[in-house]
Design a binder for this molecule. Structure first.
Ligand code: CTP
Length: 423
């Protein structure tokens, strides 16, 4: 997965991460990981095992991170010879990537025979581990037992992935890609305000066909909707994303349903919200970010419309599309509904009128109407209590803020209905 570059720079801003590299061939991916974590705003301090330096040299990490790299427990650069304490006390988290089977076994038993293992034992911050090994080593009951023990000890295990291995075999044990690990690291720090909540998000434009090769669409890039879906997932939500045509990668851990037209989006959304199953998979939160076409073509041609010299231009006839958000808001026992609106004037008054018209508790209005395709946005939150503005920020940072504001309102609504039901 490749996320949009510049918008991620605040994902890990202010975080100080300790990246532990152990001796496996996946150590080469750790160089890319260090870069990726930095790109998201973190400072990265690398500590390597002696074996790791056989795969990648310390100067590589030093050059990438701009920080000295430590290998030796007795490193003279640390005044009091307490590198293991000094380094871990400054960290918000330790990430071991790659983590060999041997290092995992060491962690389980609390061995401390080098700087990295001693540091892990002496830490007072969270520990995350990205295993990387041959599939037989991964499947070995000893490794499986060790991983279970680490999880019980509160260590987070990231991956491993499945696929081709450096040894020529195929199976489980590959380290996750740098981008996926950085994504996991970002999610790790996001408060889990939507834990256990089912969330449905729509995003992107719709495309209304005129003939098999032509159609009507709009300039929505889908960036805001995808950022919202990603932030909901990072906040612990179980997220389904119904998306119109975009070129964006699916956010990690999100189930995506692709649609083309407004009618298909309507059907997919209503299907998700009223679907059968036991118990029914009902969403508690619906965030409608899609730029849905208001009209569809009723005289769609089955064949490409040809231009014929001397004949008038074809007449396109339209019918109004269903208002997806309003129809969800009017379902019996609807989810908490959030709308997005681009208004060009009198934002607060027009936004509030739209909120009431659609029958939804919260509307997020873009300040400035040219937001399509941009990486940043500035919005006004309008609910029954009034309007609150959020300052301009990149769409990922803004999405996190919005998700936390939405989660607060959702909790409040739950408390109200519990009080009403006398629970
Ligand atoms: N929306 C929807 N279905 C539609 C039109 C809009 O679900 N057919 C949702 C959008 O996803 C968004 C909100 O309604 O959350 C507001 O969209 P907007 O285009 O601003 O509203 P419209 O009702 O189309 O009003 P306008 O006449 O201002 O375009």
């Amino acid at each position: 997965m490749r996320l949009h570059e510049s918008a991620l720079s605040t994902d890990l801003q202010g975080r100080h991460l300790l990246l532990g590299v152990t001796g496996g061939v996946a150590a080469y991916k750790a160089a890319e990981l260090a870069r990726e974590l930095q790109r998201r705003g973190a400072t990265v301090q690398v500590v390597m095992t002696e074996a790791a330096t056989r795969f990648v040299g310390a100067p590589t990490f030093q050059a990438l991170t701009g920080e000295p790299v430590f290998v030796d427990q007795w490193d003279a650069r640390v005044d009091n010879n307490m590198a293991h304490i000094d380094l871990s006390r400054r960290a918000d988290a330790i990430l071991i990537a790659p983590a060999t089977a041997d290092f995992i076994a060491k962690l389980v038993h609390g061995l401390a025979d080098d700087l990295l293992s001693t540091m892990c034992l002496a830490r007072d911050c969270p520990l995350l581990v990205a295993p990387a090994m041959n599939r037989q080593m991964w499947q070995n009951p000893a490794t499986q037992r060790n991983v279970v023990r680490l999880r019980t000890d509160g260590v987070q295990i990231l991956g491993p992935d499945s696929g081709d291995q450096a040894c020529g075999e195929t199976g489980d044990g590959r380290m996750l890609e740098a981008e996926d690990l950085a994504e996991e690291m970002t999610a790790f720090f996001v408060p889990k305000r939507l834990a256990g909540r089912r969330v449905l998000v729509t995003a992107g434009p719709t495309f209304e066909a005129i003939d098999p090769v032509r159609g009507i669409t709009n300039l929505s890039s889908g960036k805001m909707g995808y950022a919202i879906a990603r932030a909901c997932r990072q906040a612990g939500g179980d997220v389904v994303l119904v998306s119109g045509p975009t070129a964006l990668p699916t956010p990690q851990g999100v189930r995506r349903i692709d649609v083309v037209s407004a009618m298909q989006m309507h059907e997919a959304v209503i299907g998700e919200l009223t679907g059968s199953g036991s118990p029914p998979r009902r969403q508690q939160l619906f965030i409608s970010v899609a730029a849905v076409a208001d009209w569809r073509v009723t005289n769609v041609s089955g064949q490409k419309i040809k231009k014929v010299e001397g004949k008038p231009a074809p007449k396109i006839e339209f019918a109004q599309n269903p208002d997806i958000l309003a129809s969800v808001a009017h379902l019996p026992d609807p989810p908490y509904c959030v709308g997005f609106a681009a208004e060009s004037e009198d934002l607060e008054r027009n936004g509030d009128a739209k909120r009431r018209r659609k029958g939804i508790p919260l509307l997020i209005a873009n300040i400035g109407h040219q937001t399509f395709g941009r990486d940043d946005n500035e919005v006004l939150l309008i609910d029954e209590a009034g309007a609150q503005s959020l300052p301009r920020a990149n769409k990922h940072a803004l999405a996190r803020e919005l998700v936390s504001a939405i989660a607060m309102r959702l909790d409040r609504q739950d408390q109200k209905s519990e009080a009403r039901d006398g629970r």
